[in-house]
Design a protein around this ligand. Structure first.
Ligand code: FES
Length: 93
């Protein structure tokens, strides 16, 4: 069991018991992340800033890296639909 925390105007903490994407965890916890392309690494609307626990996220794939580069994203930013968590993570929405 581990915890994924989403910080925005309010904080949403989601307890999960298996590997999950940040987007799925956000949906489970009511964190209200946008996901216009349906989680296919095409829109970038699910971008989050990882504050803690980056070591518990999957490696960045080609599609994710490409869209984040186009968006000129900071190194700590990830696409929630592509980042799989296996441990505690805290991110800013
Ligand atoms: S939902 Fe579109 S890139 Fe993640």
């Amino acid at each position: 069991m581990f915890k994924i925390t989403f910080q925005s105007k309010t904080t949403h903490e989601v307890e999960v018991d298996q590997e999950t994407t940040l987007l799925a965890a956000a949906a489970k916890g009511g964190a209200g992340l946008n996901h216009r392309c349906g989680g296919h690494a095409r829109c970038g609307t699910c971008k989050v800033e990882v504050l803690e626990g980056a070591e518990h996220l999957s490696e960045m794939g080609t599609a994710e890296g490409r869209i984040l580069k186009v968006m000129k994203a900071a190194p700590e930013q990830r696409l929630a639909c592509q980042a799989w968590a296996t441990g505690d993570v805290c991110c800013k929405v």
